[in-house]
Design a protein around this ligand. Sequence first.
Ligand code: FAD
Length: 477
Amino acid sequence: MTAEYKAKTERIEPGYRDISDRLGDYEEVERILEPAEVIEQAERCMSCGTPFCHGYACPLANIIPETNELIIEDRWEEALELLLSTHPFPEFTARVCPALCEGSCVKGINEQPVTIRQIEKMIIEKGFHEGWVKARPPVRRRVENIAVIGSGPAGLAAAERLNKLGFNVTVYEKELNPGGLLLYGIPNFKLDKAIVKRRIDLMQEEGIAFECGVNAGSDISYNYLKRRFSAVLLTGGTQLPRDLDIPGRKLRGIDFAMHFLKAQNKRIIGEPLSPGEDISANNKKVVIIGGGDTGSDCLGTALRQRAKEVYQFEILPRASECRCEDNPWPLWPEVDRVSSSHMEGGKRRWSVTTKKFEGDAKGNLKRLHCCEVEWIEKDGRHFPEELEGSSFTVEADMAVLAMGFLGPGPDPLADKLGLKRDIKGNIEVDKNHMTEIPGIFSAGDMARGQSLVVRAIADGINAAENIAAFIEPALRS
Ligand SMILES: Cc1cc2nc3c(=O)[nH]c(=O)nc-3n(C[C@H](O)[C@H](O)[C@H](O)COP(=O)(O)OP(=O)(O)OC[C@H]3O[C@@H](n4cnc5c(N)ncnc54)[C@H](O)[C@@H]3O)c2cc1C
């Protein structure tokens, strides 16, 4: 490949399935590049002396330039080994990661960054296809047992690492199936639930025990855990959604995003729904309050459920199309993003706040009273202020609250143990992920607040290594 050719090759994206096609199902919407295209994209990597993608941006410190070099040389199995040396579950981030690495790719200074996420996807999917990814139980088993509470990406990553180190790991999950938000939160059209199951099956084959339908702290006590396990890791996630305390909030038809998304994911995996859980946007006028990724997931779900009309309101102003001066490379680009769901339909509005929900005589939601806001700076902080004359109403029989989370909220085990919380309500841990009780650790969203799959995985691995070192200091890496 000549230098001239390399310079000419542009970033390409795999794109999505046709909208008319994908709105008729819940299958993954993103296409996958061809292997030849992936090699071409890997050739765009400049093998930087100081690769910001690896050392600065990726929480897992994936060794990206070297992986790309192996691909260019057609050494896919070695590329897989290198990827797996830092990352236990590339198949998840390859589908849902915003790709922090791409935000700081050096090529991105004056060109489009390398398609690192697509390269990761090809490596891991080729790995599964060729049979290179297989169960690798530890060679030597230790005597100690470790409990992991919660089976989201943080819990799974910790379990995987502890198991590799030879510990006997039991993962407790209060839902009927393991996976946390990978299974019950993120829609199937972004991450197929079969991909989550494929990994869990592999982990079981490697010797990790999953006990689902068990709410730790209420179905099993701390005393039980203490008797059986040398250490306990809490990875319960953020379970408390931010509410909107305005008149009419108690009307029927107003629900949290996670209830809405969970109901659809349960239908997909064939889990029964209790009557109160069976929420659907079918034939409804829907307003999603919250313009972030969760709101966008609700939009895509509502469109697939054949909602009559969908709005998505965001209180913040629309971000700019390209980086602002105070957001230079290699920082994560704070720019306006259009998700695959946004391309499918719905109407987005920014700088909008909802003041009141209005209902009919039967207590069902009928309309929202909203207004536009402008953001005022006072003492270095920004506040929304109603824009005079901007009030408007919107007819709706369903409102979905997608305004983020306020930490783990009440947690039966943490509360019984009286674990300290930080100022945001998350579980307080030291630099080793340990709480103030020796042997009790916490990681992922539960300890850091709502974040990303890739950070939850990195935290889980880190917590696992600290647990190992707590049990046997010689294991500190
Ligand atoms: C709708 C939605 C979409 C998202 N999309 C993306 C995305 O596209 N990309 C991205 O990077 N991030 C995304 N995120 C964020 C990401 O999913 C989270 O940051 C990540 O899942 C956190 O992992 P975790 O393991 O800490 O917690 P979770 O995934 O929340 O898992 C916690 C698990 O613990 C279980 N649990 C809690 N308490 C107990 C108990 N007492 N006993 C037993 N089990 C318990 C819960 O049932 C749950 O299964 C999304 C989040 C949401 C809500």
